[in-house]
Write a protein that binds this ligand. Structure first.
Ligand code: ATP
Ligand code: LTN
Length: 329
C-alpha cells in the first residue's frame, strides 16, 4: 500500500524562532521514512502581511536552506516554494466558494491580526482557505504544526467534508500532528502570548540563527517569577515555558530536569538552558551557512520540488474541476 501523505509549510515572513523549530521544523525529519512528505515554503501566505520584496526573497531561501540543514532530504521529501505551484491559488479560489465568511471571521489568527492593522485586507481573512488548499491538493493525512494552527486544520477538515458531501468523495480528511512538549512555545517576555518572529520586542524570541551572545543575553533577560521555587506548573507559566524549551532540546523528561534544579536559583538554570540551546543549534547553524551559500544547489532543489509537487497537485485539481462542472480542455 502507498505511504500516507504528510504536509507542512512555514512562512518566510522573517527569521525563524526556536518556537518554529520546536513546534514544527524539528518534527519534520522523523516523518520522512514512514510517510511521503511535502514541505513547502509558503510565500503566498507571507504576503498577507506587509513584506519588503528583497527581504522576502532572502527569507524564502533562508527557510529552504534551514529545511535542508535540519535534514530534510530531497530524495525522500518534496521540498518546494508555494508560488511555484499555481494550483494552490486555483484550488484556494474553489474553496473560497464554499467557505463561510462567519467561520473565517471567527478564526483567532484573523481576529488578532486584523486588530493590529489599520486597514484589514481580504488576504488575511482568506489565509486559512489557502492553507486548506495547500493541504487538500496532496490528499494529506497528517499535518505537523504547532498548537496555534489547530483551528486552521479544523477549518481544512470542514471544507474537505463540505466539498466531499456536495460533490462526492474527493479529498482525504487530514489530522493535525502536534509535539507532546513544545507545541506552544511562549514569548520570553510575556508568557501569555506565543513566541513569534513578528514580535516587535527582540528579547521575546530566540532565533534559530542567533549567535551565542544573543542567546545568553535573551535567556538572562527572560521573565520568570518572584516565587523562587523551581517547579513545573501553570502558576509559573514563564518558568514552565523555559523548562519546555530545555526538554525539547535535551530529550529529557520534565521530572528529571525539575529534580536536578529544585532548590537552586533560576539564574543557574537560565545559564544552563542557554548552553543547551547554543549546543543544540550549533550543527544546524553550521550546515545552514554551507548550504545557504550554494545558490545553484538551492535552485536545483526548489525547481525539482516544484515539478514533483505540480504533478501531484494537477491530479487533484483536474478531479475538482470535473466535479464542479468545468469543461475540460
Ligand atoms: P508569525 O509568528 O510570524 O505570526 P508563525 O511563526 O506563527 O508566524 P509560520 O512561520 O508559518 O508562522 O509557522 C511555522 C510553524 O511554526 C507552524 O507549524 C506553527 O504552528 C509553528 N509555530 C510558530 N510559532 C510557534 C510557537 N511559539 N510554538 C510552537 N510552534 C510554533
Ligand atoms: N499557517 C501556517 C503556515 C502554513 C501551513 C500550510 C502549515 C501555510 N500552509 C499547510 C501546514 C500546512 C502557519 O504556521 N502560520
Amino acid at each position: 500500500m502507498d505511504k500516507k501523505i504528510v504536509y507542512s509549510g512555514i512562512q518566510p515572513s522573517g527569521s525563524l524562532t526556536i518556537g518554529n523549530y520546536i513546534g514544527a521544523l524539528k518534527n519534520f525529519i522523523g516523518l520522512q521514512d514512514e510517510y511521503n512528505c511535502l514541505y513547502c515554503i509558503v510565500d503566498m501566505h507571507a504576503i498577507t502581511v506587509e513584506q519588503d520584496p528583497k527581504l522576502l526573497r532572502k527569507n524564502t531561501l533562508d527557510v529552504l536552506a534551514l529545511y535542508l540543514a535540519e535534514g530534510l532530504d530531497p530524495d525522500k521529501s518534496i521540498i518546494y516554494i508555494q508560488s511555484h505551484v499555481p494550483q494552490h491559488a486555483e484550488l484556494g479560489w474553489m474553496l473560497n466558494t464554499i467557505a463561510s465568511m462567519g467561520q473565517l471571521q471567527r478564526m483567532t489568527q484573523f481576529k488578532d491580526k486584523s486588530k493590529r492593522s489599520k486597514e484589514v485586507m481580504a488576504g488575511i481573512l482568506n489565509y486559512p482557505v489557502l492553507m486548506a488548499a495547500d493541504i487538500l491538493l496532496y490528499q494529506t493525512s497528517y499535518v505537523p504544526v504547532g498548537e496555534d494552527q489547530r483551528q486552521h486544520v479544523e477549518l481544512t477538515r470542514d471544507l474537505a467534508q463540505r466539498f466531499n458531501s456536495k460533490y462526492s468523495d474527493t479529498f482525504t480528511i487530514p489530522d493535525i500532528l502536534t509535539p507532546k512538549v513544545g507545541a506552544r512555545i511562549r514569548s520570553l517576555q510575556d508568557p501569555e502570548s506565543k513566541m513569534s518572529k513578528s514580535d516587535s520586542d527582540e528579547n521575546s524570541y530566540i532565533l534559530i540563527l542567533d549567535d551565542e551572545n544573543a542567546i545568553r543575553r535573551k535567556f538572562k533577560r527572560a521573565v520568570t517569577d518572584s516565587l523562587n521555587n523551581f517547579d513545573y506548573n501553570d502558576e509559573q507559566k514563564a518558568l514552565k515555558n523555559l523548562i519546555n524549551i530545555y526538554v525539547s532540546f535535551t530529550g529529557e523528561s520534565v521530572e528529571e530536569v525539575v529534580n536536578r534544579y529544585r532548590g537552586q536559583g533560576y539564574g543557574k538554570f537560565k545559564a544552563d538552558l542557554a548552553d543547551v540551546v547554543i549546543e543544540g543549534l550549533r550543527p544546524l547553524q553550521t550546515r545552514f551557512k554551507e548550504i545557504r551559500s550554494d545558490k545553484e544547489y538551492l535552485e536545483k532543489i526548489y525547481t525539482e520540488g516544484a515539478e514533483k509537487a505540480s504533478y501531484l497537485a494537477n491530479k487533484t485539481l483536474r478531479k475538482v474541476y470535473k466535479k464542479i462542472g468545468f469543461i475540460a480542455k
